[in-house]
Design a protein around this ligand. Structure first.
Ligand SMILES: Cc1cc2nc3c(=O)[nH]c(=O)nc-3n(C[C@H](O)[C@H](O)[C@H](O)COP(=O)(O)OP(=O)(O)OC[C@H]3O[C@@H](n4cnc5c(N)ncnc54)[C@H](O)[C@@H]3O)c2cc1C
Length: 382
């Protein structure tokens, strides 16, 4: 029985990162003789989230892309900017479509097995990793786990923990108040109440949109507070009667905590649990694709998983940014306003994708109030 439960690789958690990594295993001939097991606690057949990101027009995601936008607007109390996203587009993928497509791709791969199983523990035993599930025990040479970490991040004092937290409504409005071609990337023109608070709008037509009230802050709110803010926004826009078709809610950790320190020679944490979330923004989907590609390349070297280099200079920029945002949470609107006022949007998106040169990064950094960042740097160094 035990032999049946031995695999080359086990992926714990079949959400975004687990399914992306599994498909990379499946599409790479190098792994066609390797047995891969995905352990996921539930079949994912609901639209439990929508993923948005910017990328070039043509991409492998186009067949399941639900909506594409070519322009965006940034807004604060005394500043507004319409942004032409070219050469990028802002894209939305519905969770439901992503899971369906991923399951279909994986079904075709005879070396990849998907089991509904709740993982209770994962232990590196040296030569092999033991995965204890609720129903069974499993063994693998290497394990990749996207199971959310327990308490160690929140207890950590060295790395402040903020959250990108939000409630979103998919609404139909009586009056045509949306521009279907333009997303509201960030609208800070609302009471900040000592935090970084904004409205994010993804319009599907003149009467239909996903509206999210979002904060980058340490403390979560009561549901009521997010929902009242969405209502207030809609009333200000003269939406008329509204009909809420669906709702989404999230809290994404924003921290420079080095999640990879919990990796071992044979266990790697992936997805949000592995620090694959861009900590200064909460965006994860595209970074997960980049990180999964790097992980596949690294795996082929045969080196221990905890030797994979995870830190780069962007990690350090994010660390300083979070230090500033944590200490001056009420100044978030100002930092983002300055960034969009003084820099070319293409450069900003390239920077957030961690694809800029050092000189380009310097240009962006010098556009910020230097004092705040020098003080954060000083505190980190001494
Ligand atoms: C509502 C919402 C909207 C988001 N929107 C965006 C966006 O627009 N753009 C963006 O870039 N990012 C977005 N994110 C952030 C991020 O992309 C997602 O959270 C993404 O799903 C993270 O991928 P993951 O693999 O780390 O986690 P998940 O996708 O959550 O996968 C983890 C999986 O592990 C499973 N699991 C948990 N415990 C166990 C266990 N014990 N045993 C077995 N399985 C287990 C879960 O069921 C889940 O399927 C959003 C997040 C949320 C919550």
């Amino acid at each position: 029985m035990e032999n049946q439960n031995h695999y080359d690789y086990i992926i714990c958690g079949g959400g975004a990162s687990g399914l992306i990594l599994a498909q990379m295993f499946g599409n790479d001939p190098y792994f066609e003789n390797k047995q891969v097991l995905i352990l996921e606690k539930e079949i994912k057949n609901q639209n439990d989230r929508t993923w948005c990101f910017w990328e070039a027009k043509n991409s492998v995601w186009n067949p399941i892309t639900y909506k594409v936008w070519d322009s965006a607007e940034f807004k604060a109390a005394h500043f507004k900017k319409k942004i032409d996203l070219n050469p990028f587009q802002y894209k939305m993928i519905r969770g439901e479509d992503f899971y369906k497509k991923s399951y279909k791709n994986l079904e075709k791969k005879s070396n990849i097995t998907f089991l509904v199983e709740e993982v209770l523990s994962v232990n590196d035993k040296g030569k092999k990793v033991h995965v204890l599930g609720k129903k069974n025990s499993y063994w693998a040479k290497k394990v990749f786990s996207s199971i959310p970490p327990s308490t160690h991040i929140s207890k950590n004092e060295k790395y402040p923990l903020l959250h990108q937290h939000f409630i979103g409504w998919f609404v139909n409005t009586e009056h045509p108040i949306f521009d279907p071609e333009t997303i509201q990337f960030m609208d800070f023109d609302l009471p900040q109440k000592g935090n970084t608070r904004f409205i994010y709008v993804l319009p599907f037509s003149k009467n239909k949109a996903l509206i999210e009230y979002t904060l980058f802050s340490a403390e979560l709110l009561e549901d009521k507070e997010y929902e009242e803010a969405i209502l207030e926004y809609l009333n200000k826009k003269n939406a008329g009667k509204i009909f809420i078709e669906d709702r989404e809610q999230g809290s994404i950790p924003m921290t420079a905590y080095p999640f990879w320190k919990n990796n071992t020679a044979n266990i790697m944490h992936i997805g949000t649990a592995g620090g694959w979330t861009k900590s200064s923004t909460g965006y994860t989907f595209k970074k997960t694709i980049r990180k999964a590609k790097k992980t596949i390349c690294f795996l082929k070297t045969g080196k221990p998983l905890n030797q994979m280099k995870q830190k780069n200079r962007f990690w350090f920029y994010d660390l300083l940014f979070l230090d500033v945002l944590n200490r001056h949470n009420e100044k978030g609107y100002l930092l983002f306003s300055i960034m969009f006022k003084k820099n070319n949007p293409e450069l900003i998106f390239k920077f957030l994708d961690e694809k800029t040169t050092f000189l380009e990064e310097l240009k962006i950094m010098l556009s910020f109030p230097v004092g705040l960042f020098v003080s954060a740097l000083w505190k980190r160094m001494f």
